[in-house]
Ligand binder design. Structure first.
Ligand SMILES: Nc1nc2c(ncn2[C@@H]2O[C@H](COP(=O)(O)OP(=O)(O)OP(=O)(O)O)[C@@H](O)[C@H]2O)c(=O)[nH]1
Length: 310
């Protein structure tokens, strides 16, 4: 009789997942919990995807890459507006979708809206329903009832209750997501990731926020450089603050005006959006100091390019 031994080279799984859910569903916190400390964040993109990477889970048996879904996690575009093609494309390109719903709030319009959209993609990308924040619900019966409710929302590959705060079932969730990945080799080498500086990812988040809604006006004219990230001195130990100094470079004064907006309103929005994401990424409150500067024709000037990190 032949005995087949598991061959780690062929059993390895790799692929992409994204977490969706209405605002405040706990996606960012769960991403951080899944990614943990073993894994580095990177702003790099593998050949196979155009999407921003939120984190990578490296395990002996798998590599799971969590990507961002532009739009779906952004409050204002979520309701009252059809999901755009970008979101649909992202969702159809990943191997598995995690649909987050908070256990401590009733299911609502936002959840049903997303469930409907995901239902339309049924059969193409498996959707794992994730009941988040179960630690915030004292009564196990209530969690059970919520799970039942969730199961009625759609045709899910699995339903997993988790708590990112108490780490309850986070590992199980990773197992479930990994089980939906195709067999394949690591898409990112381990070492490369750990070298990726956090600054690059922070800059990428700011760039994305700054480009939101004005992509056509500022195609490739925008560069973001994180000058400094330093912990604020003399803060109480339980209330740290990280000062993040950032320069946003554009090529022309007219572009500077676009980025800043009337009375600075747009830049403030950009800052607020980026700050939320950077705080989730770094796991610490930050003070974001944003400056917009004109670096004339920086794309054509090798010296400037080097200064801007290209
Ligand atoms: N008790 C508890 N609270 C949680 C848990 N996960 C997240 N939260 C809280 O829920 C709130 C929202 O969490 P986020 O991770 O920012 O949610 P999100 O889905 O990324 O939110 P958006 O960025 O608005 O889409 C925060 O105040 C978190 O501290 C959890 O497991 N337990």
């Amino acid at each position: 009789m032949d005995i087949e031994l598991a061959d780690p080279a062929t059993d390895f799984r790799s692929g992409f997942a994204c977490l969706v859910g209405r605002p405040n569903a706990g996606k960012s916190t769960l991403t951080n919990a899944l990614v943990g400390t073993k894994v580095a964040i990177t702003s790099g993109r593998p050949q196979t995807t155009r999407h921003a990477i939120r984190g990578i889970i490296n395990r002996p048996d798998a590599q799971l890459i969590l990507v961002d879904t532009p739009g779906l996690h952004r409050p204002r575009t979520l309701l009252g507006q059809r999901l755009n093609d970008v979101v649909r494309t992202t969702l159809s390109e990943v191997d598995v979708i995690g649909f987050c719903m908070p256990a401590d709030e009733p299911l609502g319009r936002g959840d049903r809206f997303i469930a409907d959209e995901l239902g339309r993609m049924a059969g193409r990308t498996p959707v794992v329903a994730i009941l988040t924040k179960v630690d915030a619900v004292g009564d196990p019966d209530r969690v059970g009832a919520r799970l039942l409710e969730v199961s009625g929302l759609g045709d899910f590959a699995d339903i997993v209750p988790v708590s990112a705060v108490s780490s309850f079932q986070v590992g199980t969730l990773a197992d479930v997501l990994v089980s939906r990945l195709p067999e394949g080799p690591r898409l990112y080498p381990d070492g490369e990731l750990t070298d990726e500086p956090e600054q690059v990812m922070v800059a990428e988040l700011i760039r994305e926020a700054a480009l939101e809604g004005v992509r056509d006006e500022l195609p490739h004219s925008l560069a973001v450089v994180v000058e400094e990230m330093i912990p604020r001195e003399n803060r109480p130990e339980d209330r740290p603050l990280l000062d993040v100094h950032v320069n946003v470079y554009v090529e022309r004064p007219s572009q500077k005006a676009i980025v800043i907006g009337a009375g600075g309103s747009r830049l403030r929005d950009v800052g607020t959006r980026a700050r939320t994401q950077i705080e989730a990424l770094l796991g610490t409150p930050i003070y974001l100091d944003l400056h917009v500067k004109v670096a004339k024709d920086w794309q054509r000037d090798p010296k400037q390019l080097r200064r801007l990190g290209f």
